[in-house]
Design a protein around this ligand. Structure first.
Ligand code: NAD
Length: 509
């Protein structure tokens, strides 16, 4: 067997904290011999004890036998020096996220380990090429990025530098599968794939908040209920901690030479500087008391409109025929007369794509005081979003709200926004994913899989774009770009080419 194809049998784990412990557990459970080392001598034994506890829970749940538990624990060997790991076939570094610490560890490992040993880092975001800067045998250095909690999260990013050999990558892909994970191959770079693509999930929500389009509670609710995301961005940031999310988001912005797509907001920085770090401090984007969310922003718009009656008649307009059918069917069901043309004083209910209410009003030449816009692309049967021009009259607004809730679907009002909340939120995420495709960061499959398994997206970002249609995503992004005139919203070349031809966003060059 050649060195490159040699089987991996023994694994060394450097750094036995949260991640190292999880990695040791899954490797040992899959039958690998594991040597566990930490800079603090007591930590490997403590970690082994914590693994034992986790395994006992699995026994209680009937997911592990006592024999397998004992065999797994027998395979985990706490070590007192780094030298004890030099014989391993694969060493996975999971020490603290500090470039200098990692560089020194890799230098020592590279000097001492057999040439066939693969050296991998579990760094969250430091480029592997940078960690490998002091090593000689760079072909055997790669990233093996596990997600937290390791035993539960299926995804592993296998990161290839320009000089990591294909043989090493093959072995790491095989190893990842052998420990029950789904590996995706990713090119080295800031944030790798998941950490990079996930930024749009945060940055667009922050932008919506900065513009006062809606409160964190309303933005999160629409993203969950209309968009199908498991949690809203502000809920996620508060959960992981602003002190964790902010520095990594800022680092990606800086490492990408200030790419405006990754731009954060001063409001976010202010919260961090004030020490409002999320759930852990009882305050972040939300307030918490004994772990429960309190003092959520009140949906004042909803309350204001709740007692209004249905409109007698309305004029309906939509950018797409499917949208017009939805509006018409709703109006008819509610007994609202559908007008053939706008009539003075009557509600104009419009369904734009990518544009705000003002732009539609100006295009159609209708009365801004009577016009309300509703999103027919997202949340029509789960949670509707509507908005109006500045200066809209209270009566048509209240009537629109009544009509939009007349079939029992909840609706939230937001301030006027090109693309409401979900249209622009999803288009921005998909546009960034398209940019990552254009940069050759990973395959389309890896991108979709990575974001579903690594970040709990309901659909991969390219899949979500295809569900909408590449032309529609391009329409929304172009509308945002022309409204704001900011590079942040410029369409990715990948999206432009596929959107213009109406092709799937997974279509290769
Ligand atoms: P942690 O603080 O829980 O554990 C780090 C461990 O490394 C500590 O036990 C520390 O004593 C040890 N250590 C420090 N210097 C060392 C050295 N020179 N040699 C050996 N051990 C050393 O951190 P963690 O959350 O387990 O993160 C570890 C790595 O995994 C980091 O690079 C982090 O970015 C990455 N990561 C973390 C997560 C996460 O959600 N926690 C997810 C993916 C990747």
């Amino acid at each position: 067997m050649s060195e490159l194809n040699a089987q991996i049998q023994s694994v060394g784990v450097v750094g036995a904290g949260t991640m190292g412990r999880g990695i040791a557990q899954v490797c040992a459970q899959a039958g690998f011999q594991v040597s566990l080392f930490d800079a603090l001598p007591q930590v490997p034994e403590q970690s082994k004890a914590a693994i034992q506890k986790a395994l006992l829970k699995l026994i209680e749940k009937g997911k592990l036998s006592e024999t397998d538990c004992k065999a797994t624990l027998d395979r985990i060997n706490p070590r007192q020096s780094l030298e004890d790991l030099f014989h391993c076939d694969l060493v996975i570094e999971a020490a603290i996220e500090d470039l200098e610490v990692k560089r020194e560890l890799f230098k020592r490992l590279d000097e001492a380990c057999a040439i066939s040993t693969i050296l991998a880092s579990n760094t969250s975001a430091i480029p592997i090429s940078s960690i490998a800067a002091r090593t000689e045998h760079r072909h055997r250095i790669a990233g093996l990025h596990f997600m937290n909690p390791v035993p539960l999260m299926k995804l592993v990013e296998v990161i290839q530098t320009p000089v990591t050999s294909d043989g090493v990558i093959e072995r790491l892909l095989g190893f990842s599968k052998a420990i029950g994970k789904t590996p995706i191959l990713v090119k080295d770079g800031p944030g790798f794939l998941v950490g990079n693509c996930a930024r749009a999930f945060y940055t667009e929500a922050l932008r919506l908040l900065k513009e006062c389009i809606a409160s964190p509670a309303v933005i999160d609710r629409i993203i969950r209920e209309a968009g199908g995301y498991r949690m809203g961005p502000f809920e996620v940031i508060d959960l992981v901690g602003l002190d964790v999310n902010y520095p990594s988001s800022k680092a990606l912005f800086e490492d990408s030479f200030f790419e405006p797509r990754y731009q954060l907001t001063s409001g976010y920085k202010l919260l961090v500087e004030a020490g409002f770090l999320g759930r852990k401090t009882g305050m972040g984007f939300y307030r918490y008391q004994e772990g429960q969310t309190v003092g959520q922003a009140v949906e004042t718009h909803e309350q204001a409109a709740s007692s209004a009656s249905l409109p007698k008649s309305a004029w309906l307009w939509a950018e797409k025929s499917a949208g017009l059918e939805m509006l018409t069917s709703l109006a008819k069901k509610a007994g609202v007369v559908v007008l053939k043309e706008p009539s003075p004083g009557a509600l104009c209910l419009v369904a734009p794509i990518g544009r705000d209410t003002v732009s539609v009003v100006k295009q159609l030449g209708i009365d801004p005081g009577n016009t309300v816009a509703v999103d027919t692309l997202y949340g029509w049967s789960s949670h509707r979003t509507y908005m109006a021009c500045p200066g809209v009259r209270p009566e048509p607004l209240a009537c629109a709200k009544s009509l939009l809730q007349s079939d029992g679907v909840a609706a939230s009002q937001i301030n006027d926004s090109p693309g409401f909340i979900m249209q622009r939120f999803q288009a921005v995420i998909t546009n960034l994913a398209c940019d990552l495709m254009q940069q050759g960061l990973a395959s389309a499959d890896a991108l979709n899989q990575g974001m579903k398994l690594g970040f709990n997206f309901p659909q991969g970002p390219l899949e979500a774009g295809d569900a909408l249609g590449s032309e529609t995503v391009l329409t929304i992004i172009q509308a945002l770009y022309s409204f704001y005139e900011e590079d942040r919203y410029r369409p990715s070349p990948w999206l432009k080419r596929r959107g213009r031809l109406g092709l799937s966003l997974t279509t290769p060059d």
